[in-house]
Design a binder for this molecule. Structure first.
Ligand code: EPU
Length: 425
């Protein structure tokens, strides 16, 4: 019998001490598919040990690559055979970033077959992939659908001029990576500018790609015939760092040092902390959150990088339940990402939903422990934060969703003094 683990949290314990930030999930999920682009060995360092990364490793193996652990927690990836062009449905269903394997397969094997990707249910219906498919078609691929599978084929991809009508992170990364092996020049416009994109481009350039402009809204890629091997160190997870900082601020019970992070990637959060009166101090690779006199309510509007990250919205909403006054949380990017706020209301928060994109939080409120089910990764993490500051016992089920993105969460939180157990239910 498969035993489903859950978190059991006894809230109200002061949080103090140091917590180390892991490698970025959303950088790691691009680093692994990248290995399809070359016959040489790719060594990836600082890879987080999380469920989505395990699934990406399984995907690489299913596509004929060896994935082996190396000294110091690194992973080495090498092509063993290149026969398969189908992404297995059972893996594609588990994480949306599986779409990142499509471009490299198409560019190197001439074909990619895959069902519609799964992942967090945070957008209306299934999250669309039209911008990927349209981009591949512009690069000369032929798209067909058969038996609920997409099939893309191309003898040789060619450079193209592609404008993104909606700013998309993985869309930008996928077409940027794929264009590295296309004939000629690709120009991508209205690109996303997240730090993970620049990190990916830097690594691709180090193994032979010719990419200019990553981290700006226009990226120019000159196609090359082949790519080499190399070593890729995953950047620190800015969402994890921002989440832990927000958690410490919401707990407001002791000093918490968030270590091994890149504070420069979180300027929108620090600007928000300034307005809310959160007591924080930045250093080169860390941030220290100390008790604040008073947290003031102030709203946010999520935005593409460098604006306020949608992935931090749920943690920030919990913080606002502890702030004085009313704050408007405006989730611009996804239309299901505020639905979790109803679970906070069940814990005692005073939150009114204006429409699917906006809630008003009235604070401060005492939260109380509850039995809950994690709806998705970031909402689940917000429930953990709420449980840490709530009075009494909270049980959170469906923690696979949380463990998709946070390594050994209960162990790391216990080191800060939290009373969190991961138990088999
Ligand atoms: N969109 C389309 N068509 C497409 C692709 C996207 O309409 O073909 C829309 C989406 O529906 C959404 C908007 O574009 O409304 C932005 O989505 P984006 O494509 O940027 O999201 P993503 O690349 O799928 C990445 C992260 C998300 C993060 C978003 C926004 C990865 C693996 N995922 O998703 O991370 O929320 O960017 O920053 O990089 C998470 O870590 O919890 C997470 C969901």
């Amino acid at each position: 019998m498969y035993v489903m683990p859950k978190f059991v949290v006894h809230g109200g314990k002061p949080l103090t001490g140091t917590i180390n930030v892991c490698g970025s999930k959303n950088a790691a999920l691009k680093a692994l598919p990248l290995a399809l682009m070359t016959k040489e060995v790719i060594v990836i360092k600082n890879l987080p040990e999380i469920e989505d990364v395990f699934r990406a490793g399984e995907m690489l193996r299913a596509l004929g690559h060896s994935v082996e652990k190396r000294a110091g927690g690194a992973v080495g990836v090498k092509q063993k055979n290149s026969d398969s062009t189908t992404l297995p449905a059972e893996l594609v269903n588990k994480f949306r970033a599986s779409i990142m394997f499509v471009g490299p397969l198409l560019a190197t094997r001439g074909e990619a077959r895959f069902p519609h990707p799964g992942g967090c249910v945070i957008g209306a219906g299934t999250r669309p992939i039209d911008l990927f498919l349209g981009g591949f078609e512009k690069m000369g691929a032929v798209l067909e659908t058969e038996d609920n599978y997409y099939r893309l084929t191309a003898k040789k991809l060619k450079g193209a001029n592609i404008f993104f009508p909606t700013i998309t992170v993985t869309g930008t990364e996928s077409l940027m990576m794929t264009a590295c092996l296309a004939d000629g020049i690709t120009i991508l416009k209205n690109c996303a500018m997240e730090p993970e994109i620049s990190a990916l481009a830097d690594f691709l350039n180090s193994i032979g790609a010719k990419i200019n402009g990553a981290g700006t809204s226009t990226i120019v890629i000159r196609g090359v015939r082949k790519m080499g091997g190399g070593e890729y160190e995953i950047i620190p997870d800015r969402i994890e760092a921002g989440t832990f900082a927000t958690m410490a601020a919401a707990s407001n019970s002791g000093s918490v040092l968030i270590n091994n992070c890149e504070p420069a990637h979180l300027e929108a959060l620090w600007a928000q902390f300034d307005k809310a009166g959160v007591n924080y101090k930045l250093a080169k690779n860390s941030v220290k959150i100390s008790p604040s006199k008073k947290i003031k309510a102030c709203g946010i509007k999520t935005h593409e990088y460098p604006g306020f990250a949608t992935d931090l919205q749920s943690a920030y909403t919990v913080l606002m339940t502890q702030a004085e006054g009313s704050s408007l949380i405006h989730e611009v990017i996804y239309d299901r990402r505020l639905l979790f706020s109803d679970l906070l209301t069940q814990m005692g928060a005073n939150i009114i939903m204006a429409d699917p994109h906006r809630v008003v939080v009235e604070g401060p409120t005492q939260l109380f422990g509850k039995k809950l089910i994690s709806p998705d990764l970031r909402a689940g993490m917000a429930l953990v934060i709420a449980a840490l500051i709530a009075e009494g016992k909270t049980e959170i089920d469906n923690i696979y969703q949380i463990e998709r993105g946070y390594e050994d969460l209960s162990g790391r939180l216990r080191q800060l003094g939290a009373d969190v157990e991961r138990v088999d239910s």
